[in-house]
Design a protein around this ligand. Structure first.
Ligand SMILES: *Cc1c(COP(=O)(O)O)cnc(C)c1O
Length: 459
């Protein structure tokens, strides 16, 4: 045991060891992610096409498949220092509990007030909006984590922040809403009558409780119709994966310091930003043929975009106002069954991860939510952190893999992303404890309805 404990419970980095650059994994991909398309002309979106919607510098990052390293602006490095490095923890207690020979590590991103990794990109996006002299930004939020992170970032840079929050979450998560308002954001339940697209959706689907795709359409409309505003997005986009690479670069620096090489890296996947960020530098080594790792994306069985979706160009939002992206998708009209991991309910997946998955560099697994909460509780009881339902998808598969090691006697090294804390998700935990949680898995017929809405385009 004592030799084993040569590795500390928590591996920290000195301030001087913190990342000074983000890593752009696209630079090392042979098959680049497919470009965003203009839904009208089916031509790749140019910087000019995107300018009314996104901030200039973020567009440059979005379209740049070649620059390997992006210097992190000093103001962002300084902000990161308030809550980074995020701890890289050796889960000795969990290993002990499972009686596994596996060595388990997790990178914990819940150590800031927003409670998740989303602040890493929120602060970058707010910074570039401020640099451009904008008045404010608009966005959507599902469960509320992204809206919370963006509210914090905007208040830091003194920007106005308008958040369209999926109505069902707005009503069920009043505390999230209040955190956003504490940081000065205005929060509108979506669909709303404040936008054309919102009114259209309300007319078509009276009484709808909203969806992420619908809130995106509203936020984009408000951004393009108000001078001095742009739209920002918390996941899926290339730029977001770029910012989130700070997670992976820190993790790799810390592991290299102790000569630890993970055999497998596991993360939950909603739009793909935390997973894309965590695996980035490791994937870079794999793509360059320098090292090999097993990468596993974990998604809910109720919203299985990678494991059961189609790899196709699709709309990113319900109102079809955004550019189209080539990705694994369930169709922009797919509304997942109620599931308590709000951050994993998006119909599509990052184009970068979709391409890597398509090319066989990454695996994906779908897990049922009662199994996820079982893992969440097991983890909370020994590691002391109350995990977010989203993060617990990664815990589930990490535990499954550790138990496999117990059978085979292999001492694999497992790294997983623990994206956030679950204090705002206690209603979900309550359902689980009361035995009221169900495991709805869509049938093939259910999925066909979503697939029918994927545009049929030949390229
Ligand atoms: C948003 C969120 C996710 C999923 O988003 P990705 O872009 O796939 O990373 C996962 N965990 C938490 C805690 C989140 O807030």
């Amino acid at each position: 045991m004592s030799a084993k404990k040569a590795i500390p419970y928590k591996i920290y980095l000195e301030e001087s060891e913190l990342p000074k650059t983000w890593y752009n994994v696209r630079a090392d991909m042979k098959n680049k992610p497919a470009p965003l398309l203009n839904p009208g002309t089916l031509q790749p979106m140019t910087a000019e096409d995107l300018a009314p919607v996104f901030c200039e510098e973020l567009i440059r990052q979005e379209l740049d498949n070649d620059t390997r390293e992006y210097p992190i602006p000093q103001a962002i490095q300084d902000f990161y220092k308030m809550y980074r490095p995020s701890p890289l923890v050796r889960a000795y207690c969990l290993e002990e509990k499972l009686q596994t020979p596996a060595k388990i590590y997790y990178k914990f991103e819940g150590n800031n007030t927003s409670g998740s990794h989303k602040l890493n990109s929120a602060i970058a996006q707010a910074y570039y909006a401020k640099q451009q002299g904008l008045k404010g930004v608009t966005t959507e939020t599902g469960a509320g984590q992204w809206g919370t992170a963006l509210s914090m970032a905007c208040s830091y840079f003194d920007l106005d922040c308008k958040v369209y929050m999926v109505k069902v979450s707005y009503e069920q998560k009043p505390f999230r809403r209040e955190v956003m308002r504490t940081y000065g954001a205005s929060v509108v339940p979506s669909p709303s009558d404040t936008t054309q697209v919102g009114r259209r959706i309300l007319e078509q689907f009276p009484g709808t409780t909203g969806s992420l795709g619908c809130a995106i359409s509203e936020a984009v409309e408000v951004a393009v119709s108000n001078p001095g505003y742009r739209y920002v997005l918390g996941s899926v986009l290339n730029q977001v994966l770029l910012h989130q690479s700070v997670i992976g670069v820190e993790a790799k620096t810390a592991m290299d310091k102790y000569g630890i090489k993970p055999d497998m890296i596991i993360g939950c996947a909603g739009g793909g930003s935390n997973l894309g960020g965590l695996i980035a530098p490791f994937m870079g080594e794999k793509l360059r043929g320098e090292a090999d790792y097993q990468f596993i994306a974990v998604e809910p069985a109720s919203c299985p975009s990678l494991t059961r979706g189609k790899f196709a160009y699709d709309f990113c939002d319900t109102g079809m106002v955004c550019p189209m992206a080539k990705m694994y998708t369930l169709g922009s009209g797919f509304i997942p069954a109620p599931n308590h991991a709000g951050g994993l309910r998006y119909h599509g997946m990052s184009s970068i991860l979709s391409q890597l998955y398509h090319d066989g560099y990454m695996e994906a697994r779908a897990v049922e939510q009662t199994k996820v909460f079982e893992a969440a509780e097991q983890f909370a009881r020994v590691e002391g952190i109350l995990p977010a339902p989203e993060s617990s998808h990664a815990i589930r598969v990490a535990i499954d893999e550790a138990l496999k090691c117990k059978e085979t006697g292999e001492a694999k090294t497992i790294l997983f992303g623990l994206t956030g804390t679950g204090y705002f998700d206690m209603v979900a935990y309550e359902k689980y404890h009361d035995g009221l949680m169900s495991d709805y898995i869509p049938t093939d017929a259910d999925l066909e309805k979503g697939f029918a809405g994927i545009p049929k385009i030949d390229l």
